[in-house]
Design a protein around this ligand. Structure first.
Ligand code: SF4
Length: 246
């Protein structure tokens, strides 16, 4: 089962929607070094291969059901600090953009300072790509309303729906880093393709940033003749490598 199916199946089997599941997808089962531990609708403990560690122990999932209150030494002070932080962050120039546009809003701002990785870090600025791969475009085209992570007021999590075509899907939308990894790092300016790849990687339980970076590395290696058509085809079965990226 993929990571979404695993979480759904465990909650259905135990008959309690409040159960929380941390699990691995097929990538973790196969001990891929980029495998994540997945939870809560495609949120990931990504990077570092923690999913492969679970896979090596033949551990597919852990399910828990909280039933106790978290003890706090000074509740009044905690509430006070939380209120203060909420007020400050609500007016923060960057954080205040996360609710309407998600972290992918950083693509639109990041290109100005050269802070978005392009073409396997080989190209400084790709304005045209960043202008179509960002949270504002997502909000204007494929974003649908959905609940945020439990208890969080920042509300950066996205939910997208692509009704038809090659990249039809519905599920969590990509973060800033994933827009870069599956988008600008590959010189791919198709936002729907980025969403689809994000969903596929999360279902497999493989880190989206590292996966996009590995593909970008392979593309550059192919372009520079370090790997040939045979190796490129092995990396991407069924795809026909083109001699140049664009
Ligand atoms: S909605 Fe809140 S908890 Fe969820 S990823 Fe964004 S900032 Fe983190």
């Amino acid at each position: 089962m993929d990571s979404d199916q695993t979480q759904e199946a465990i909650c259905a089997e135990l008959g309690d929607k409040k159960i929380k599941v941390a699990c691995i997808g097929v990538a973790g089962e196969k001990q891929v070094p980029l495998a994540c531990v997945m939870n809560d609708e495609q949120r990931a403990a990504g990077r570092g291969g923690a999913g492969a560690v679970m896979g090596s122990k033949n551990l597919k999932a852990i399910a828990v059901r909280g039933s106790m209150k978290t003890p706090v030494a000074d509740e009044a002070r905690l509430r006070e600090i939380s209120k203060e932080l909420r007020e400050r962050l609500a007016h923060h120039p960057v954080v205040s953009l996360f609710k309407p546009y998600g972290t992918a809003c950083l693509m639109e701002h990041g290109w100005v300072s050269g802070d978005v990785p392009n073409k396997n870090w080989g190209k400084g600025v790709w304005r045209e790509g960043c202008e179509v791969l960002n949270g504002r475009v997502m909000a204007e085209t494929i974003l649908v309303p959905h609940a945020a992570c439990q208890g969080c007021f920042i509300h950066c999590a996205r939910w997208v729906k692509i009704d038809e075509g090659r990249f039809a899907m519905e599920g969590p939308g990509p973060e800033y880093e994933t827009c870069a990894a599956f988008g600008t790092m590959l010189m791919n300016d198709n936002l729907e393709a980025v969403c689809w790849a994000n969903d596929l990687a999360n279902r497999y339980g493989i880190d989206t940033i590292s996966t996009g970076s590995a593909i970008a590395f392979a593309m550059e290696a192919y372009e520079k003749g370090i790997i040939g058509r045979e190796e490129a085809a092995a990396i991407s079965p069924g795809a026909t490598p083109t001699p140049s990226w664009r």
